[in-house]
Design a protein around this ligand. Structure first.
Ligand SMILES: Cc1ncc(COP(=O)(O)O)c(C=O)c1O
Length: 400
């Protein structure tokens, strides 16, 4: 008799980016040169000083279970970092180290949400947020944002949405954002925080891209705005993007002690602790610096400006001007409304561009915004130039 899956899991679809990226991988295997704009991780290696700390941990047999919320030295290093870089004062018992920021968000949602609760997510959103909310048995509620406003949440729209959805318990805020690259300024965060406090919304602040900000913009953690806001916020961060450590699976959160302790209880029963070796590497990442982070950041900054200029050469494509992360959204709605191939959605457009112009993009529908496609610039300048050229050719081929 086949195993019948739970109702909850039947609602969770496989990652929608998979079909197109599987096709792109297959094409590459067949020797076809595909330019990949779909990458969700830095195209740099983990810096050597971090790798050395991991080798040392293995040599010293630091290979056993650790305390569930993380080893004390790492938790202290995280507290020091939060104070130094984010003006946030946390104690080690307010930190939980997890196997990636993804796990931290998932456990935070479970700790905060009851089954009738709603969680506000801005659109376009990072693909996992809605599913993570659903896995916590809560209900996602969507707040639309627009390219003309750099995909920023407008406080009055947030307030109106909360009024319409009185079960809203939390909001996920992501700055710098994926897929938009949006970085909120201090005053924008103050306005959002005021609404959250008024309606007692818990803020889950995903700051995983904090190190990747460009053109003089600054990352501000919403929790640093006041003690009152900090008491209402769970700060999420990790090592994947800033230190090119996606495979190490290391993230963390900071929250009021009771909340952190509840989250640690959940983690303790699901995956115990983050990898012991990665935790030692994480200490080195936070305490040392060989200049590679700034080198990566500068390279991304250069690529962003270059790619944007190239994409704007395609007529009728609007392009966001992000200040952070390594993503850019392009508005392709003019082509969806009018093209000679009968294409009606971003997924069909991405499939067409991949099959005919060998360029791999992520369709906006997976981020809740079908009018867009997402470009990642975690790729060499040479590939970005070639990819933008192919994109333009592909788009022009759709014009009647
Ligand atoms: C917005 C956002 N949050 C969290 C994560 C997860 O990061 P981690 O590798 O630490 O689990 C990602 C990864 O793509 C992301 O884009």
């Amino acid at each position: 008799m086949p195993i019948k899956l739970s109702r909850q899991i039947r609602r969770i679809k496989p990652s929608p980016t998979l079909a197109i990226s599987a096709k792109a991988t297959q094409m590459k295997k067949e020797g076809i040169n595909v330019v990949n704009f779909g990458v969700g991780e830095p195209d740099f290696n983990t810096p050597d000083y971090i790798k050395k700390a991991a080798f040392k941990a293995i040599d010293e047999n630091f290979t056993r279970y650790t305390p569930t919320p993380g080893i004390p030295e790492l938790k202290q290093a995280i507290c020091d970092k939060l104070l130094r870089e984010n003006n946030l004062q946390y104690k080690p018992n307010e930190i939980v180290v997890s196997a990636g920021a993804k796990a931290a968000i998932a456990f935070a949602l479970r700790a905060v949400c009851d089954s009738h609760d709603q969680v506000i997510i801005q659109v376009p959103y990072w693909v996992s947020y809605p599913y993570q909310v659903e896995l916590a048995e809560a209900e996602p509620v969507y707040l639309e944002t627009k390219i003309d406003n750099n995909f920023k949440i407008e406080p009055d729209k947030l307030e109106a949405l909360i009024k319409d959805n009185p079960r809203a318990k939390a909001i996920i805020l992501n700055t710098p954002g994926n897929p938009t690259g949006t970085v909120y300024t201090r005053s924008e965060l103050e306005a959002i925080a005021a609404v959250c406090l008024k309606y007692e919304l818990v803020i889950i602040s995903d700051e995983i891209y904090e190190k990747l900000v460009y053109d003089g913009s600054e990352h501000v953690s919403i929790a640093s705005l006041s003690e009152e806001i900090k008491a209402n916020t769970i700060v999420i961060n990790g090592f994947s993007k800033a230190y090119a450590m996606t495979g190490w699976r290391l993230g963390y959160l900071a929250a009021p002690a009771e909340v952190a302790s509840a989250i640690a209880r959940i983690q303790g029963h699901i995956d115990s602790n983050a990898n012991s070796i990665s935790q030692k590497a994480g200490i080195a990442a936070l305490q040392e610096d060989d200049g590679s982070l700034e080198k990566m950041r500068k390279e991304f900054e250069k690529r962003k400006s270059f790619l944007r200029e190239e994409l704007l050469k395609t007529p009728e494509v609007k392009c966001s001007n992000p200040d952070g992360a390594f993503y850019m959204m392009a508005d392709i709605s003019a082509y969806l409304k009018n093209n000679n191939k009968g294409i009606t959605c971003s997924e069909q457009l991405c499939t067409y561009l991949l099959e005919n112009f060998r360029v791999d993009l992520v369709q906006g529908s997976v981020f809740g915004s079908d009018d867009y496609v997402r470009f990642s610039y975690a790729n060499s300048m040479e590939n970005l130039a070639e990819g933008a050229k192919r994109f333009k050719e592909g788009m022009l081929s759709l014009r009647s």
